[in-house]
Design a protein around this ligand. Structure first.
Ligand code: SD4
Length: 313
């Protein structure tokens, strides 16, 4: 059984590519890399890769993380500028014995030495949005900018190998050097092929407090169905933050176990995700809380059209 699950509808084309690779018995690593690269390369998505939204100084700083659930190897980059595909660099870093998580200049030097493609990742449209927002923005009202989302993916291949990965430009107007949960193993992503994997999106400052992706995998290991694991982990973290810090911001997570069973958790009104499995065609679902219960609704063409026009605007 192969399977793939990803955060946000923007991952649709990527998941399509990934699922074709998995159907053709390619590895989880290849599938996750191509899935995430596809989102990174698409300029209309303003929160990942090329065209990602800049930090407060107008620079696009990218974060990405990768984990191989067979080897328990991890690679990650933080605050990376000027390279086309952060996920490929994270995967390469996971093959090193030391220095698996590199940031800023060190990450860029590593990428250059290893021949990764360089590219100015700031698209004109994202700089325009940045200029508009800069005028009204102050730290007091800092919140995850609408539509600012991380691509987080979990893959299971026909050999039973699982991987998890993320890629993001992080929070819009973040401070220079700010790194969120996305490249943090255990926070933004985690996978163990003996159990399953998870990947998160939302406000990194909150997600990392709950080591959210690890917590989801831990609950699956204890026997929870992925849906219960994801929902419990998000709700418990969110409730705890409300109780102890008086505020809980956007948190969502997708997960899959090594049987291809999947689940999601979210504390926002509508969270979209993409799923494909050997026995199930690719679907974009919207998770909505209806009368306190999380329900999945298939995204309609009209919904998708609106979503895309919002992204491209
Ligand atoms: C971060 N988790 O840098 C990322 C941003 C994100 O939906 O996923 N936003 O905190």
């Amino acid at each position: 059984m192969w399977g793939i699950i990803a955060t946000w509808a923007m991952a649709y084309d990527g998941v399509l590519k990934g699922s074709k690779l998995l159907t053709n018995k390619n590895s989880s690593v290849k599938a996750i890399e191509e899935t995430i690269k596809s989102v990174e390369d698409e300029p209309s998505f303003r929160s990942v890769g090329y065209g990602g939204l800049p930090n407060e100084k107008g620079i696009v700083e990218l974060d990405s993380g990768f984990m191989d659930g067979d080897k328990m190897s991890v690679g990650a980059v933080g605050g990376l500028t000027g390279f086309k595909n952060p996920i490929s660099i994270a995967i390469k870093l996971s093959e090193e014995s030391y220095n698996n998580f590199l940031v800023g200049r060190g990450a860029e030097e590593y990428a250059r030495l290893n021949g990764f493609e360089e590219k100015d990742m700031a698209a004109e449209r994202s700089l325009e949005i940045w200029r508009e927002k800069k005028k009204s923005f102050s730290e007091e009202n800092m919140k995850a900018y609408d539509g600012h989302d991380t691509v987080g993916v979990v893959t299971l291949d026909t050999y039973g190998k699982m991987c998890a990965g993320t890629s993001t430009s992080g929070l819009f107007m973040k401070r220079e050097g700010r790194v969120g949960d996305s490249p943090l193993c255990g926070g933004g992503f985690y996978v163990d092929s003996e159990v399953g994997g998870a990947a998160a999106t939302g406000v990194g400052e909150d997600i990392m407090k709950g080591c959210l992706s690890y917590e989801v995998v831990r609950l699956m290991k204890e026997g929870c169905h992925p849906q219960e694991a994801a929902e419990r982990a998000v709700i418990e973290l969110s409730e705890k933050l409300k109780r102890k810090a008086n505020i809980s911001r956007d948190i969502s997570v997708v997960c899959m176990n090594n049987n291809g069973e999947w689940g999601i958790g979210t504390n926002i009104d509508e969270f979209s995700f993409v799923i494909a499995r050997e026995d199930m065609d690719l679907v974009i679902f919207l998770a909505k809380r209806i009368n306190g219960k999380l329900e999945y609704i298939k995204a309609t063409d009209k919904w998708l059209e609106d979503y895309m026009s919002k992204e491209i605007k």
